[in-house]
Design a protein. Structure first.
Length: 218
């Protein structure tokens, strides 16, 4: 017989347990049965704090993003602050792959609103004008979340398989190198960099390219 917990159960503890289950096994692992086992409690105690799995998944996502926003140093020059926020989101989604999917699933939740508010505010402080501010914020948020989400999905796919990242990229790079250079000149040339490239550094390079571009909008 499973021993029940004797201390109080808070929403914070439930969300922490949910994040652990999600990190270990993805969304399929987050069930209320698994939660009751992990927390040594009953269903009623959990339902007292969260309505359903969707509510809990959203709360876990809000918690991850809140940590990023709190931890990002923004009392520096706006460009550096934008890089810090972008990289914080990239790292958070890399550590918690389920976050990217949840952000796109429920864009009205506080998590994505916080992302838009922080990035939009920093772009505004940089002097991006009028309609361009709305477009620039949307473009940068979509870039950050899109690349971070794809990177996390690729990492999870490799983790579940037999190949590691180096072996996988080596195989793809070899395939690219064998392509007809007249038909695929760029891909053929890029094959030399594909094998050794760093996803995090490439992501930041994209942010820097974006920031260089918005400098022309002022």
């Amino acid at each position: 017989m499973t021993k029940r917990r004797t201390d109080g159960l808070s929403k914070e503890l439930i969300v922490k347990a949910a994040k652990k289950l999600l990190d270990d096994g993805g969304e399929a692992a987050l069930t209320f049965r698994a939660l009751t086992t992990h927390l040594a409690t009953g269903y009623g105690a959990i339902y007292h704090h969260v309505a359903n799995k969707s509510d809990l998944l959203a709360a876990a996502t809000d918690d991850v993003i809140a940590d990023v926003m709190t931890g990002a140093v923004v009392d520096t020059e706006q460009r550096e602050a934008l890089r810090t926020v972008a990289l914080g989101l990239f790292d958070a989604i890399d550590a918690h792959p389920w976050v990217g999917a949840q952000l796109s699933r429920e864009p009205w939740r506080p998590a994505l609103l916080e992302v838009y508010e922080r990035i939009g505010g920093l772009l505004d402080a940089l002097g991006v004008p009028g309609q361009a501010l709305f477009d620039a914020a949307g473009a940068l948020v979509n870039y950050v979340l899109g690349v971070a989400g794809q990177n996390a999905a690729n990492a999870r796919l490799l983790t579940s398989g037999e190949e590691d990242r180096t072996a996988f990229l080596g195989k793809v790079a070899a395939q690219w190198a064998d392509l007809d250079p007249e038909k695929y000149p760029f891909v053929h040339k890029a094959s030399a960099q594909l094998r050794e490239h760093d996803d995090r550094e490439q992501f930041l390079a994209g942010v820097d390219i974006f920031l260089a571009g918005i400098a022309t909008l002022r």
